[in-house]
Design a protein around this ligand. Sequence first.
Ligand code: PHE
Ligand code: ZN
Length: 853
Amino acid sequence: MRPTQAPTIRLSDYQEPAFWVDTVKLSFDLDPTATRVTSKITFRANETRADGPHDLKLDGRNLKLITASINGNAIPADAILQDAEGLTIPSDLVPQDGFVWVAEVEINPSANTALEGLYMSNGMYCTQCEAQGFRKITFYPDRPDVMATFDVEIKGDAPVLLSNGNKLAHGIWHDPWPKPAYLFALVAGDLKSYDDTFTTASGRHVDLQIFVRDGDQDKCAYAMDALKRSMKWDEEVYGREYDLDLFMIVAVDDFNMGAMENKGLNIFNSKYVLASPETATDVDFERIEGIIAHEYFHNWTGNRITCRDWFQLCLKEGLTVFRDQTFTGDMRSHGVKRIDDVLQLRGRQFREDAGPLAHPVRPEEYIEINNFYTATVYEKGAEVIGMLKLLVGDENYRKALDLYFDRHDGQACTIEHWIAVFEDATGRDLAQFKRWYSQAGTPIVKVREEFANGRYTLHLSQSTPPTPGQPDKLPLVIPVRVGLLAGDGSEAAPKQLLELTQSEQSFDLGAFDEKPVPSILRGFSAPVILKHDVDNATRAFLLAHDSDPFNKWEAGSAYASDMLVDMALNDGAIDAAYLDAIHAVALDDTLDPAFRAFAVGLPSEEEITSAIVALGEKPDPDAIYGARNALSLAMAQKMADDLPNLYTAMQVDGPYSPDAEAAGKRALASTALGLLTKLDGGKTAAKQFDNADNMTLQISALAALIRAGAGETQSAAFYDQWKSDNIVLDKWFAIQASCATPDAGLDIVQQLATHPDFNWKNPNRFRSLIGPFAMNPAAFHRIDGKGYQFLADWLIKLDAINPQTTARMAGLFETWKRYDKKRQTLITGQLRRIADTKNLSKDTSEIVGKILG
Ligand code: PHE
Ligand code: ZN
């Protein structure tokens, strides 16, 4: 078949299907290369589609059709029109008021390297159906607005045969809750389970099971505990109970994403389930907790209420991310969690929103939906929910959510339904607020202060830069939380929430004896870029006194960022007052160590780069790397006398526990170690490596050594110790690629790419080497272009077997326009080489095409 240009799918073209589905019965006869799938599907006419008679159109890819019948009558082969995307049965063979379709197909799970549909991972059968993988299992109207109950029968030798819903017998499953096909799942293999139970608020008994490979049972306790806490939290905070007799999680090694919320049978990338103190870091534990919660929360926000079409993806993802962020804040610390989330948002979503891949939270068109599982849909989508909650208040938010669950349970919904629920529950008109869903780009909010005749006024203005396809932007509703500080650092007025709704607006904040110091956008109350000329003395003041943890941190971070930009661009000097201020924060025992670790950690090279780009300048990766190194050396020297004590004070006694308090201390100890390593030639780090009894300490020591251009012995020892644990071995690849010095980086990753353990077909392993290298700016952006060539070579190679992961990684090139002409030419040369590759997937071709513009 000749490849044709892949079509663009548009939201404005949405039409309900001609037929709904009531029930699906699937029966699987498993075989690694020739699995047989029989489907029996009851179709019902969609009364609103009066434009009949309708053909029957079913999606299907890579399926070998064996037989098909309607109401028991075999359909002659020549009456079935089949192409690469599915089949059509002409309307004269289709009873228009409803019918039973039965088909048998054959599929080859072993040949499925794209990891969508039914595939094999380490000898186990496993499925991934979101967004459109079900069509690789059988013919079906594979769209989320078609919801049906599923009965599944699995025949195979494996001791464990799993599917969604409640278990009726070995390999026989019934899911009573109607669901779209993307939530279907099947797992079969020689798995062991780690079991527990949960009793819901109304007294329902639920069995909990985590399925893993034999030997991994001892790494499930933390995930199980996180699951139980999630279940309880959703009952307490959202009034949502679990709705089946059984909840299962399966860990798989080959997975394109983090995890998947299949009804009653979540499937996880094994690195987000398995954890022990020896193998997982504090950050891993926190991430596992967050992802377990995220997938569990989808049971209500995603599964019971799903999306009408894939343009509405943020309906489930933005809301569920917001829910998991709140959960983590409740489990740990809201202030620290907010800093962490904003760092992620700025590092990934602002970067996306400022480049060629920018798109609205609810996109209006796509070529390949897999390309829209983005930071914008997820993270900015969560910010939009957070703003909505701020604007309507906590009580109204809960009222609106109650109404949402009440009104839309069992439905496939849109953003319009979501907004209507808030309007109906609160009486507020949200027409303007809704622009957050349709307008791409990060708004810029400018601040001017005025203090005249004893009154203090804030003049705010907003503008959003053009993005691809959206040259002109309208004003948004921007909630701006503001505090005012008196000269002694106390709050000079009650906190306020300003609603910026116009392009320019002034807010009279009252009468004061002396000009207060404003703390603007507290808690990062909106995903915007704040432009406010603040002098360094004010920054130091806010860093010392702001009661809002986010803005307190932000003051120090902006201070450092300005200085680093000046150092990188103009050989600017290091400001001694900054060193004093940070020194004081580092040693301030009244502050949470986790907060101090963030405050002492310098802005990343990526952050400095985007700050330079925001000034209209070209970033020099080597100068940025150099500036950052110079500033951290100066910090180390400034704190030289205190670092050993701080390091010692932050050691945690007793057996390892991943709780927030202990993790915070280790985070600060690790920051201190990074600085100490600059002074002691790696002595302390080497000692920490040798004595480490947990992965957090072991890997932070190794990272400090590699960053200092040392650590060869330790790296070899680490490899020997962990070569048979893939999740830890991924860290070994990643740390070398991300911590490599600029000169050595390319050689190191080229070497590692020939390492016998570099199993590039495994997405985790591929990402662990290639991703961190491309995110190590000074190494990746070598002026000879060899870093770009390395990435492009690997993308071309991976695309042939796994388009989804390739397309995602191709996004690493999205920032090419930031750079100088020479680098631009080198990068676009590589992008064209990828674009010209024969048989390039539509996934990668959409992304590369957009990046090239
Ligand atoms: N829906 C999953 C989540 O966010 C993500 C995912 C998308 C996983 C597509 C696999 C494939 O929880
Ligand atoms: Zn999700």
